[in-house]
Write a protein that binds this ligand. Structure first.
Ligand SMILES: Nc1nc2c(c(=O)[nH]1)N[C@H]1C(S)=C(S)[C@@H](COP(=O)(O)O)O[C@H]1N2
Ligand SMILES: [Mo]
Length: 303
């Protein structure tokens, strides 16, 4: 399989993305043969989309990470200042084994997979990103979720010496987010630790960040240092700042517009400014997997 793929390529074609694509095709075959996958690299997932990937440059130079400024190129310019090692994640609240979990200890215990997800920002741009990461459920199960728990809260690092944006207070720092427990335990919900098989760059939320592909991008909180399992709805930054515009759920929904713009379509980053907008699918294309979580709920009310 790998041979057939390689014969189409000349050396000039072998960009990092091509190498990755070959690995992707190879891994798909390898995964079918050996369920164990390949150590360290992560294996292709049944949850991944086949859509064209955004490039490494697009994914790592067009970002939202307000701790480093509000411009799309600010994170790539300034996030290098962030020290990501050592790093630990405090897991507390309604868990059997609360405590500070060292990042390396987490990585040793988790199975890293490749997940190619659509990613849809509430601002109506989107990308397709090949994440590497593990299911959040595995981490929560490691800590032992207790009966009666209903939600999971998350916090980003608070370190204004390294994150200059935190010296401006238009967001009540640290950045916070939350999910219902069933959303957090859903197999699509991951903690991403890599992109294109490389360690996740600081501007994308190193060393680990949440990715919830059926929700608007702001739910996917970066550089997580705290995870709290609780029975009350956690605070979420954008929801606290402007609850009329940003709901707690923030599921991607083409039928519920933002008060100031339509959510029916989106601009795929990299397509050029003149590229046609593409329709935004319900739950960002993950309807089949997640619609049952919201059965009986009014999604206009619970937006
Ligand atoms: N801590 C923190 N997490 C954050 C943000 C942020 O400003 N700070 N921005 C959010 C928004 S609005 C989006 S669209 C995504 C962007 O992720 P990306 O830069 O990796 O594409 O991160 C989300 N997570
Ligand atoms: Mo966003």
């Amino acid at each position: 399989m790998a041979k057939r793929f390689l014969s189409d390529l000349t050396w000039g074609d072998v960009t990092p993305e091509h190498v990755f694509m070959n690995r992707r095709a190879f891994m798909a075959g390898a995964t079918a043969l050996a369920a164990g996958g390949i150590a360290g690299q992560g294996f292709a997932s049944q949850y991944s989309t086949e859509e064209d990937l955004n490039s490494w440059e697009e994914i790592t130079q067009y970002n939202n990470f307000y701790e480093f400024g509000t411009g799309k190129s600010d994170p790539a310019e300034y996030a290098g200042a962030l020290t990501t090692s050592p790093w630990s994640v405090e897991i507390d609240g309604m868990v059997d084994k609360p405590g500070a979990y060292d990042f390396k200890t987490i990585m040793d215990a988790m199975t890293i997979e490749e997940r190619i997800y659509r990613f849809r920002c509430v601002e109506a741009w989107s990308m397709v990103i090949p994440w590497n990461g593990f299911e959040l459920a595995d981490l929560l199960n490691m800590a032992g979720v207790q009966d009666g728990a209903k939600y999971v809260g998350f916090e980003t690092l608070l370190r204004p010496e390294e994150m200059w944006g935190q010296k401006r207070n238009f967001i009540p720092w640290p950045y916070r987010e939350g999910l219902r427990l069933d959303e957090a335990m859903h197999p699509l919900t991951i903690m991403a630790t890599g992109i294109y098989g490389k360690d996740i760059p600081n501007q994308n939320g190193a060393p680990l960040r949440l990715v919830v592909p059926w929700k608007y991008g702001f739910k996917s909180i970066k550089s997580v240092v705290k995870i709290t399992v609780t029975d009350t709805q956690p605070e979420a930054s954008w929801n606290m700042i402007n609850p009329r515009e940003y709901g707690f759920y923030s599921n991607v929904n083409p039928e519920v517009d933002h008060p100031r713009w339509s959510q029916a379509s989106e601009r795929r980053v990299g397509g050029g400014l003149l590229a046609k907008r593409i329709p935004t699918p319900m739950f960002n294309g993950y309807e089949e997997q997640v619609a049952s979580l919201y059965e009986g709920m009014d999604l206009r009310e619970n937006f």
